[in-house]
Design a protein around this ligand. Structure first.
Ligand code: ATP
Length: 465
């Protein structure tokens, strides 16, 4: 049996070996917790973004998409409360100087939980001393540490030029609400969507791309009449479930929808559900869904002096909409997809002379970085010409396709299995005479003969079903 740690190791090594995710700045010895997405990782991310945008923006009449800056007027982050409260409780080890998030320290090796809201802080727990999980040294009391990255805009570096990298894309949507409201002629309920990078100076990043300091979010702020908020919350919960199960094809048994109790919710949230995935390193947040009430619009309205209310045409009354916020992490989506669909066959295979177990990335075809591989069985007899022509025809249809004519067919299949290519087409000497090729299905391994001329349309059909 492969342990969860081994699975993660195999996955990380596959990601590097096959061009999904590389350690960032590697030629300079790396840079803590930064990652490059390689060609297949980038393609996979693009496919996730496309699926998300198509489903939640283009194919709905009640949504619009926008793009707002990473560096906004810092007043926005003061109004939203991020400057004051976007903090994590931190502890420093007095001996080894390592820093820990207090709520991440678990009772182990003599350490005691330090940030359990049910318990008084460590200093108040008579007779018990908190210790560093790394070296056993003495820890400081928890201190609040703001997670926003600071920067300076313009030529001077002083308080007047201080700005922040956005810690979430949501802020930009609240700040742009007035302009969207005034230009788009939408009626409530309607939503604004945005995909973009967010930055948090996480103290305990890790678990591969699960928690990084720079990551990408796909977020929706859905504006509703206050009384319609509970219904809209349910609607988005269903949408999120359907995204997880029908688009990502993640098994419901690997996902938990965790209702966050009032004492653990952000103070402005009327309801929050964390959508958690069972990663090999534990069950952790994948997405979130919150009823943010009218907190954001009321704060930005007060701070900017602008009227952010909405005129109800039926009653001619102005109301401040409530906001339902479903939020998706793009990097965590990619990670969950890899964890869910990487199939590791522990029985070693004999033909490739490779000690690693056979791995097949059974991604949903719509999301797979490469849709088809064209493999001529030999380089002579006109096979490569046929294969190149077919590759080109598929490429012209807008599908990612690979041509590969070197190495044994077993090795070529294995490579395509590892990058998740759903269909491989082999061109053999018979193809020259009968105009057919053999398609091999990644998941069933079933093989079938198809007329080469029909293959681009066959692929399109397969991808649309
Ligand atoms: P966590 O509790 O894991 O820190 P969070 O509750 O702070 O997450 P949100 O503020 O709700 O996260 O952010 C929305 C989404 O953005 C998360 O559900 C997650 O998918 C993603 N996300 C948040 N922080 C990170 C990070 N440091 N690295 C990668 N993705 C992240």
């Amino acid at each position: 049996m492969i342990s969860p740690e081994q699975k993660m190791d195999l996955m990380i090594s596959l990601c590097k070996r096959r061009g999904f995710v590389f350690p960032g700045s590697e030629i300079y010895g790396g840079f803590a917790n930064s990652w490059d997405y390689g060609p297949y990782g980038t393609e996979l991310k693009n496919n996730i973004r496309r699926a998300w945008w198509g489903r939640f923006v283009e194919r709905r009449g009640d949504m619009v998409g926008i793009e707002t800056p990473i560096v906004m007027n810092p007043k926005a982050w003061e109004a939203s409360g991020h400057v004051q409260t976007f903090t994590d409780p931190l502890l420093d080890c007095k001996k080894c100087k390592k820093r820990f998030r207090a709520d991440h320290i678990l009772p182990s090796a003599g350490a005691i939980p330090l940030y359990d809201k049910e318990q008084p802080p460590p200093a108040k727990r008579a007779g018990k001393k908190a210790v560093c999980p790394a070296c056993g040294g003495e820890l400081t009391e928890p201190r609040q540490f703001n997670l926003m990255f600071k920067t300076f805009v313009g030529v001077t570096e002083d308080a007047s030029s201080l700005a922040y990298l956005r810690p979430e894309t949501a802020g930009g949507m609240f700040v742009a609400w007035k302009n969207v409201r005034d230009t788009m002629r939408k009626r409530l309920p309607f939503g604004i969507a945005q995909i973009g990078k967010a930055f948090r100076n996480e103290i305990t990043p890790g678990n591969f791309i699960f928690r990084t300091r720079e990551f990408e979010q796909m977020e929706i702020e859905y504006f509703v009449k206050p009384e319609e908020a509970p219904e809209a919350f349910e609607m988005w919960l269903k949408e999120m479930k359907s995204w997880v199960e029908d688009v990502l094809c993640i098994s419901p048994k690997n996902v938990e929808y965790v209702e966050i109790q009032e004492k653990d919710r952000a103070f402005y949230s009327a309801r929050t559900i964390d959508i958690e995935y069972k990663y090999p390193f534990g069950q952790k947040e994948l997405y979130g869904l919150a009823n943010r009430t009218d907190y954001d619009l009321s704060r930005h309205g007060q701070a900017s002096g602008e009227d952010l209310t909405w005129l109800d045409p039926k009653t001619s009354k102005r109301i401040l909409p409530f906001v339902i916020e479903p939020t998706w992490g793009l990097d965590r989506t990619l990670l969950a997809l890899l964890c869910e669909h990487l199939d590791i066959d522990e029985a070693p295979t004999s033909d490739e002379g490779n000690s690693e177990p056979r791995m097949v990335l059974r991604l949903p075809p719509m999301l797979a970085p490469v849709k088809a591989a064209i493999l001529p069985l030999q380089k002579k007899g006109g096979l490569t010409e046929i294969a190149e022509k077919l590759t080109d025809a598929i490429r012209q249809e807008g599908m990612m396709v690979e041509y590969d004519d070197s190495g044994s067919i077993g090795k070529r299949y294995r490579r395509q299995d590892e990058i998740g290519t759903p269909w491989c087409f082999t061109i053999d000497p018979e193809s020259v005479d009968d105009g057919n090729a053999t398609v091999r299905d990644r998941d069933t391994m079933a093989q079938e003969r198809l007329a080469i001329i029909d293959i681009p349309a066959w692929l399109q059909k397969k991808l649309n079903t």
